[in-house]
Design a protein around this ligand. Structure first.
Ligand SMILES: Nc1ccn([C@@H]2O[C@H](COP(=O)(O)OP(=O)(O)OP(=O)(O)O)[C@@H](O)[C@H]2O)c(=O)n1
Ligand SMILES: O=P(O)(O)OC[C@@H](O)[C@@H](O)[C@@H](O)CO
Length: 228
């Protein structure tokens, strides 16, 4: 028994500025969402993959993965990432561990997947991320209020790994309390449960704006040059 991957891909990609959902953008003849799914296909600890897609993109998403043995279902997304994920969680069979990962993060490595899976077996909630590289300041009315101690800051990535029972409880409570958060761990934190962290890497970017596409091409070129 391994884990189940839940991949939200039902966004609009507004910040990318294309007239279609950014997860379908092709880099090197592969759609971003295909690159993302490929990493989970490769991971032998991943038993099944479930996706959230926009209603009007359900058919294209199903077609894209029709020959996959691991993609077991595509469910309709909601208005927010949180709604898309909860709809998938409500529709999948009960399992032991769930890894939730943005469809728009195609460079998740096998190392990170392994690290998260090994940790979630003992810790119930484990996220990954990297150290902040810049100096972060809190500002107000155009002036610096304070400099935030950098060694306490962590740039949060996905995948985020949870035991099935904990993440179901966290999403249900969040819905009941109208809690809106920008990552899955936020809901677990609000239950007062510990969320553990492991190190990801700086390649694990979320493709959000045009600059990220340039970065993605550079990462792929480096991988091709180094036969990774
Ligand atoms: N209602 C939504 C919104 C987002 N997502 C997914 O959640 C991931 C992370 O979200 P983000 O990068 O914010 O994507 P978008 O919402 O598409 O981007 P934007 O905010 O620029 O429109 C993406 O894979 C996106 O497809 C989703 O499944 N359902
Ligand atoms: O940019 P948005 O707030 O829409 O989405 C953010 C989330 O996807 C993000 O918080 C996770 O990827 C973890 O950083």
């Amino acid at each position: 028994m391994g884990y189940v991957a839940v991949i939200p891909a039902a966004g609009l990609g507004k910040r990318m500025g294309y007239d279609y959902n950014k997860v379908f953008i092709q880099i090197n003849e592969m759609a971003i969402i295909q690159m993302t799914i490929e990493q989970f296909e490769k991971d032998r600890n991943c038993d099944a993959i479930y996706l959230a897609a926009r209603k009007e993109e359900m058919d294209s998403m199903i077609d894209l993965f029709s020959s996959s043995h691991k993609v077991k279902g595509v469910f309709e997304g909601g208005n927010e990432r949180q709604h898309s994920i909860f709809n998938v969680l409500k529709n999948i069979p009960e399992c032991e561990y769930v890894l939730i990962h943005d469809g728009a993060r195609p460079f998740v490595s096998q190392d990170i997947l392994f690290e998260l899976y090994e940790n979630v077996k003992h810790k119930s909630a484990v996220i990954c991320g990297v150290k902040v590289k810049d100096t972060i300041k809190r500002i107000e009315d155009g002036k610096v209020k304070e400099t935030v101690p950098r060694d306490e800051l962590f740039v949060t990535h996905t995948p985020q790994a949870f035991s099935y029972d904990l993440i179901m409880r966290a999403y249900s409570e969040a819905e009941k309390n109208n809690l809106s958060v920008t990552d899955d761990a936020g809901m677990v934190e609000s239950l007062g449960e510990d969320v553990h962290v492991v190190t990801s890497n700086y390649d694990n970017i979320k493709i959000t704006t045009m600059e990220d596409l340039i970065m993605a091409e550079a990462i792929i070129k480096r991988m091709v040059d180094h036969h990774v």
